[in-house]
Structure formats: structure tokens, C-alpha cells
Design a protein around this ligand. Structure first.
Ligand code: TXA
Ligand code: MG
Length: 322
């Protein structure tokens, strides 16, 4: 593992789709290009996360954030008061946002924050793009607050570089607030105190609908579900179905024209499949509408590596909706 990479070198790694561990004021983050699906898939692989939680996109400042999300006046107020710093805002994605769909797990919102650490903002500026970064630990382990913790943290993929920025000043994750028009909801308590946030907005923060489980905001968000029905573990598409394949799908599409079939990864590569998942689901869903198809048949996906998270996501998308 590289130690103490300089910013220019680390930015080049980011632009090439690599993984860089960066210091922030809260915890060390495992950063990758938030506009690159394959790079974001690598983050999930390195952490061994069993599901695709949406990730925070780290930006240099408010101006950069405004390229990717819609910032209502209430959010701007919070940005002015807290950025750079430990406050993450969940805001609507702009329709033209060049952000990976995987980074927000198919949601139409994205989480953004400007970290209060000079090296982190320097890296974002040098890479000239937002950086997706969860804490730089393997899933289920404690968030690292020193570069040494990261080296001991047993990520499943070696980062291409580690920027050592000393011990994290705040030491706990950022506070996450979702802003929906003029309503602000606390999704995760963290480094920015609730009282300070409430003082800035001049009103109490709302609590998420399931206040008994406030620590898993990704789980609280209503995830993108296609309009078409999903039929999982399908050997092939029946008439009237689109097909989402994996691996060799020769002869698996019956009756439908080839535009209603897509392959997550011809080479059976899990990372490629994860990178394509949300985009292909959307595309097939749209084709179902156009072609008058009612269902998407999905080929069996093995459960190794990122396959677990892919299957988790597909199972949710296939579940009956209320
Ligand atoms: O301090 C921090 O926030 C650290 C440093 C590295 O910046 N990062 C961090 O990331 O804690 P992570 O991935 O461990 O937590 C991100 C949280 C998740 O709980 C996720 O569910 C939530 O943010 N989140 C991200 N996007 C969201 C969205 N669009 N809607 C709701 N929740 C979202
Ligand atoms: Mg974490």
C-alpha cells in the first residue's frame, strides 16, 4: 500500500478510476470518482458491503455542489453556516447531474458535503470532480480516524494511495440532514450538533418517519423501484418480458427484439455488473413502457463478492409495493 501520496498523484489516480484514502475532519474516507460507476462499484467491493447504501459525494464548495444537486434557500443557509464541515445535505439530484447512479443507489437524491480538511478539498479540486467516500473501513468495522487505522482496517481491495492527514479532528461521522423544500429532517446525528443546526434554521429538525431506527438513513429512503415487475432467477425471457442478463445469454431471449435485452456483464464480472445495475434497470424500465412490456426477467446472479449486494437490490426492486 502506498503511503503519504501527494495530492497531484492521488488526483491522477482518482481520474483514472482508482481508490484513494483521504483524511477528512470526521473520519478517513475511501474515495473514488463519484461520476464513474466502475470506480464507485470498487468502493463497495473494497468495503465488502452486503448492500448498496447511497454514498456521500464530497465537493470542494457550494459552487461545485450546485452542479449536481438542487439547493433550496434552506439548504443554502445550512451550507453558509456549516461548510466546510461535518454536515451532509441530502438534496434532489439535478436532472443533468453527471453523477454515477450507483453513488446514490438509484435514488433521485444525492448526499453532498464539503469536508473541513484542507487535504480533502485540495484532492477534490485537483481531481476536479466530486468524490464518493464512505468511511475507509471494511463493512462492520470501526471507522478509521488515523491513517494507521486504515492500514489495519483490512479493506478487501488495497487502495491505490493513502493520504496521511494526521488524526481526524472531529472523529465521528458527519450529521446528515435531508432538505426537502423548506423541511429539514435529521437522518443521522453526527459531528454537527442538532442544536446548532436548529439555531441556524430557526426551527426544530424533523425526525425521520421511523424514528426508532435513525441510524440507517439509507434504509429509510424509499429506493428506486421500476414500474415494470421484476421476475428474478429467470432462465430466459418469456414473450412480453424484457430481459436483464448476466454472463452468456445466447438463446435466452425469446420473441422480443434485442433492444429489450441488456447484459449486466457478458464476462460475468461482478464489478462491471454492479456498475451497470441501476442504469440498465432504468433503461429497461423505459423500454418496457415504450414497447408495452410489463415485466423484466432477470437472470440468476451469483452471490459472490458484489453479487450479494446486487441480489439484495434486485430482491427489493422485485418486492410487491404498497
Ligand atoms: O463523515 C462522514 O460522513 C464520512 C466521511 C468520510 O465523509 N462518510 C460517511 O459515509 O460516513 P457513509 O457511507 O459511511 O455514510 C453515508 C450515509 C449512509 O448512511 C447513507 O445511507 C446516507 O449517508 N445517504 C447517502 N445518500 C443518501 C440519500 N440520497 N438519501 C438518504 N441517505 C443517504
Ligand atoms: Mg461508515
Amino acid at each position: 500500500m502506498t503511503s503519504n501520496a501527494d495530492i497531484t498523484n492521488a488526483a491522477a489516480i482518482i481520474r483514472a478510476g482508482g481508490l484513494v484514502v483521504m483524511p477528512t475532519e470526521t473520519v478517513y474516507g475511501l474515495a473514488a470518482d463519484a461520476t464513474n460507476d466502475d470506480a464507485v462499484a470498487k468502493i463497495f467491493e473494497a468495503k465488502g458491503r452486503p448492500r448498496f447504501n447511497p454514498l456521500i459525494c464530497h465537493v470542494a464548495d457550494a459552487e461545485m455542489a450546485a452542479h449536481y444537486v438542487v439547493v433550496p434557500p434552506l439548504a443554502q443557509k445550512l451550507i453558509d453556516a456549516f461548510w466546510p464541515g461535518p454536515l451532509t445535505l441530502v438534496l434532489p439530484r439535478r436532472a443533468d447531474a453527471k453523477l454515477s447512479l450507483l453513488v446514490s443507489a438509484g435514488l433521485d437524491t444525492a448526499a453532498v458535503r464539503a469536508p473541513g480538511h484542507d487535504s480533502a478539498r485540495a484532492l477534490i479540486r485537483a481531481a476536479d470532480r466530486p468524490l464518493a467516500a464512505p468511511s475507509a473501513n471494511r463493512s462492520g468495522r470501526i471507522s478509521p480516524t488515523t491513517a494507521q487505522h486504515v492500514r489495519e482496517g483490512q479493506l478487501l481491495i488495497e487502495p491505490d494511495a493513502i493520504i496521511d492527514g494526521g488524526p481526524c479532528r472531529v472523529g465521528i461521522e458527519s450529521t446528515i440532514v435531508k432538505v426537502d423544500g423548506d423541511i429539514a429532517t435529521l437522518l443521522r446525528p453526527g459531528g454537527a450538533a442538532r442544536e446548532e443546526i436548529e439555531r441556524v434554521i430557526g426551527a426544530p429538525l424533523n425526525s425521520p418517519p421511523q424514528a426508532d431506527k435513525p441510524l440507517a438513513p439509507g434504509m429509510l429512503a424509499s429506493h428506486y423501484a421500476p414500474r415494470a415487475t421484476l421476475r428474478l432467477n429467470a432462465a430466459h425471457a418469456e414473450a412480453g418480458e424484457a430481459f436483464l442478463g448476466f454472463g452468456d445469454i445466447t438463446g435466452h431471449i425469446k420473441g422480443e427484439d434485442a433492444s429489450a435485452a441488456m447484459n449486466l456483464s457478458e464476462a460475468s464480472d461482478m464489478r462491471e455488473a454492479a456498475a451497470n445495475l441501476f442504469r440498465y434497470l432504468r433503461t429497461l424500465d423505459e423500454r418496457c413502457q415504450t414497447l408495452g412490456l410489463t415485466a423484466i426477467a432477470v437472470a440468476p446472479i451469483p452471490r459472490d463478492g458484489l453479487g450479494e449486494a446486487i441480489n439484495d437490490r434486485l430482491t427489493r426492486a422485485a418486492a410487491p409495493r404498497g
